[in-house]
Design a protein around this ligand. Structure first.
Ligand code: ADP
Ligand code: ZN
Length: 769
């Protein structure tokens, strides 16, 4: 039911001869607008259509919310009484289905939760339509297929075409024929004229779906182990009842979570329903998509932002029309227009990429739970290291707790050693960053012919450059961060804004031009490390090993990434050095050693989730060691050896860590015990941003007096300047969503973001910098 009054675009006195009525939203506006429309131009216009409407002297895109409803009728009668005319839409320039009526409550829910106009949610959810021209496809005329051997005189190419089409079960696109048979348009046309082949004009949306090829045939059915079976049965009960439940599938990598997903999806499809799978970084895990397609033997829609607009729209349309029943997507996959949804799966549910970092800062995982609730279907959240929010929900009985406690192939957990770098003297180190223990384990691994992963979660060669005379550190002129030195390019690079600089030969601060004591030493000392430096050190220590790097510098595109991992899989690499990119779920059976050069990177960030993130990353990367039969080894180098995240990783004690961390969160009133809202103001003048945040804070102080909310700040953001903008922030903690919402609604309305002063309202924030 529409709660706000309908608006209208006034027209010249009654042009509307028709009395069919439609309500639309126009991105990015908040209003819902009433139009009359010409039903001959729009047969079957319905909720979820995307059309163009005349709006304030231009034509703009609009989403249809309802057609000929009672509210529309009564509004229209009212207007007629007052001799007001409304605009009529009489031309169907753009007219395509964007979503289904059944999805509207979900989109409305999101709008309400994040306090955004519905139109902006639809704009975010629905990909840009790419309307394609009709295609020509060709097939053999039936009689020819059945072996009519009337002698026809064919040229060589013509014969190739006839033979090609004889092998194909469905009509083939003209462009494919041209390519496969080296045919020209006139050659194809001549076969049509001769009555040998037939031409069909089809809409691209009706093209047959690609079917999985025989090479991907289903392996013999698997027998689930007792824990897998228990998890599957519990969820399946809700599936058959069409009722909501959320389950946490808590199992280490290799424990068989994906097999649980697959067996449930097979049940869902057998019931004629559809399944939605959401995973982080889907573009980086093509094997996962292949595994789903080959096991399900069903077409699968893939949704993520690295697809070409045309492909993305085709996948979307196939789902809207109910032609495809399985979708795999990244964060934005949560919006997928599934019909008759039977199950949602969120894999690696703890991953921070589910949270959108700008614009409408939604959380794809949290929205997936809401969607399951609205769709009356179960949702399964899988992880080896669940987010504390999800784990808390499972503990408190809100979610089902479904543990998988062992690796499927009975491999023991890797043997983890914590190396306390405080205790190793610099001259005892094998190189600047590699301790003797690390070196020895790595050497043993290479001698056995096994592979090793080395994690250093920072790219570049040195974290910063410092003047050897006055200690001045080279920073970015646009951001409040130091420039990371990249040796390969010989540049100081800003990891926030990509600003770069040749290492200076003169110090900006003291004017020095050379090192005070050493002749041939550069003025600027390289401090701290990065993947490039670790790579260099390993090269020197293991000159015969084949070493590769995997980070955003070495793998800037998806194909680079796939190529590097293929080399590792094919054993063309002995040691892979990289950032957190090496930790993502690749099943590489040759890897038997994982070394973390510095566990402390990121551990001391001013962020209440820093410890949780460290545990997740370390556990994830440690899980790469010894995936099949042999025991793997893990070495964790640190300067804080008693940190709970490290101890828990080394001892494989996630639950102990969760208990400790949850008690901390509870005493400090952080999520999952309280709701938080972060407001970030940024502007190019420092004082502008500061004045604005102070104004907002004063208003909030007044508003929260009768409410159970605490205000922290305002204060400069830890990352005080980014891309030339000065940033200030404040944090609200409240025990109920309704209190937080009350403040959010009032403040957001009074202080909208503008181009001069940007204001981000981040509900349930993940980024605290
Ligand atoms: P996860 O998703 O937890 O990392 P997977 O589902 O990928 O684990 O399982 C790990 C390995 O064990 C895979 O090679 C998978 O094919 C195999 N596996 C899992 N469950 C079974 C089963 N019930 N029968 C046979 N093989 C299984
Ligand atoms: Zn910068």
């Amino acid at each position: 039911m529409v709660s706000t009054p309908l608006l209208f675009e006034s027209a010249l006195p009654d042009r509307s001869t028709t009395t069919d009525l439609v309500t639309v939203v126009v991105p990015p506006l908040a209003g819902e607008y009433l139009y009359a429309f010409d039903s001959s131009a729009f047969p079957n216009l319905q909720t979820g259509d995307l059309i163009e409407v005349p709006f304030r002297r231009r034509v703009t895109q609009a989403f249809v919310l309802s057609v000929n409803s009672e509210l529309e009728r009564s509004s229209y009668e009212e207007m007629k009484k007052n001799s007001v005319a409304i605009k009529c839409i009489d031309e169907a320039k753009l007219y395509t289905r964007a979503f289904d009526q059944a999805h509207l409550p979900f989109y409305r829910w999101i709008a309400k939760y994040y306090v955004e106009p519905l139109s902006r949610i639809l704009e975010l959810a629905v990909p840009k339509p790419v309307l394609e021209k009709p295609l020509r496809t060709y097939s053999l005329v039936e009689t020819k297929k059945q072996g009519d051997n009337t002698p026809s005189k064919f040229g060589k190419v013509q014969q190739t075409i006839v033979d090609y089409l004889a092998r194909e079960p469905a009509p083939i696109e003209g462009s494919v024929l041209k390519k496969e048979c080296s045919a020209s348009a006139p050659t194809i046309r001549s076969l049509v004229t001769k009555g040998v082949i037939q031409e069909h004009v089809v809409s691209p949306e009706d093209l047959p779906l690609p079917t999985p090829t025989v090479a991907q045939a289903t392996p013999s059915p698997l027998i689930l182990n007792p824990e897998q079976q228990a998890a599957t049965t519990l969820i399946a009960n809700y599936l058959y009842d069409s009722s909501f439940v959320a389950g946490l599938l808590h199992g280490v990598t290799g424990s068989g979570k994906t097999e649980v997903y697959l067996s449930l999806i097979i049940d869902v499809l057998a019931q004629g329903k559809s399944a939605l799978i959401i995973v982080p970084e889907i573009a980086l895990t093509p094997q996962l998509t292949e595994r789903f397609i080959s096991r399900l033997q069903a077409p699968v829609a893939v949704l993520h932002s690295s697809l070409k607009p045309k492909e993305r729209w085709r996948h979307w349309t196939n789902l809207v029309r109910g032609r495809v029943k399985v979708a795999i997507g990244a964060r934005s996959g949560v919006f997928a227009p599934m019909h008759n949804l039977g199950l949602i799966i969120v894999d690696e549910e703890h991953d921070s990429s589910f949270k959108q970092g700008d614009g409408i800062r939604y959380n794809g995982r949290d929205l997936a739970v809401v969607r399951a609730q609205l769709s009356n279907c179960p949702i399964l959240l899988g992880s080896a290291t669940p987010s504390l929010e999800t784990f808390h929900n499972a503990r408190s009985g809100k979610y089902l707790y479904l543990p998988l406690t062992t690796k499927f192939f009975d491999a023991p957990q890797p043997d983890c050693t914590i190396v306390d770098l405080n205790k190793t003297k610099p001259w005892e180190m094998k190189s600047r960053n590699i301790s003797p223990e690390f070196y020895q384990k790595l050497q043993e691994t290479l001698e056995r012919g096994d592979q090793a992963f080395v994690l250093y979660n920072k790219r570049g060669f040195a974290s910063y450059l410092q003047c050897s005379c006055c200690e001045y550190v080279v920073g970015c002129p646009h951001c409040s961060v130091t420039l990371t030195y990249h040796k390969n390019e010989n540049l100081g690079l800003c990891h926030q804004c990509n600003f770069s600089l040749l290492p200076p030969s003169v110090c900006n601060q003291c004017g020095a031009t050379k090192h005070p004591t050493k002749e041939d030493t550069p003025l600027f000392t390289q401090r701290g490390a990065g993947t490039e430096r670790v790579y260099d050190e390993l090269r020197e220590l293991f000159p015969n090993a084949r070493i590769a790097t995997l980070d955003r510098d070495s793998a800037s595109t998806i194909s680079d990434y796939v190529e590097i991992l293929t080399n590792v899989r094919e054993r063309a690499v002995d040691i892979l050095v990289g950032t957190q990119m090496i930790a993502k779920g690749h099943d590489l059976p040759g890897v038997n050693f994982v070394g973390v050069v510095d566990c402390d990177v990121g551990l001391h960030m001013p962020d209440f989730r820093a410890g949780e993130r460290a545990l997740q990353l370390l556990t994830q990367v440690a899980g790469r060691a010894g995936r099949r039969t042999t025991t793997g080894a893990v070495v964790l180098q640190t300067r804080v050896p008693s940190h709970p995240s490290l101890i828990a990783t080394a001892a494989h004690q996630y639950e102990k860590f969760a208990d400790y961390e949850l008690s901390m969160r509870q005493s400090l009133n952080y999520p999952p015990f309280q709701k938080i809202l972060r407001i970030i103001v940024s502007a190019s003048e420092k004082s502008t941003a500061q004045i604005k945040i102070n104004t907002i804070a004063r208003e909030i102080e007044r508003l929260i007096q009768p409410l159970d909310i605490t205000l922290l700040g305002p204060a400069p953001a830890p990352m005080e300047k980014v891309r030339t903008l000065w940033r200030f922030h404040l944090l609200l903690k409240g025990s109920t969503l309704s209190d937080i919402h009350r403040v959010l609604k009032i403040i957001k309305k009074a202080h909208p973001s503008t181009s001069a002063v940007r204001i981000a309202y981040d509900l349930d924030p993940h980024d605290m910098l």
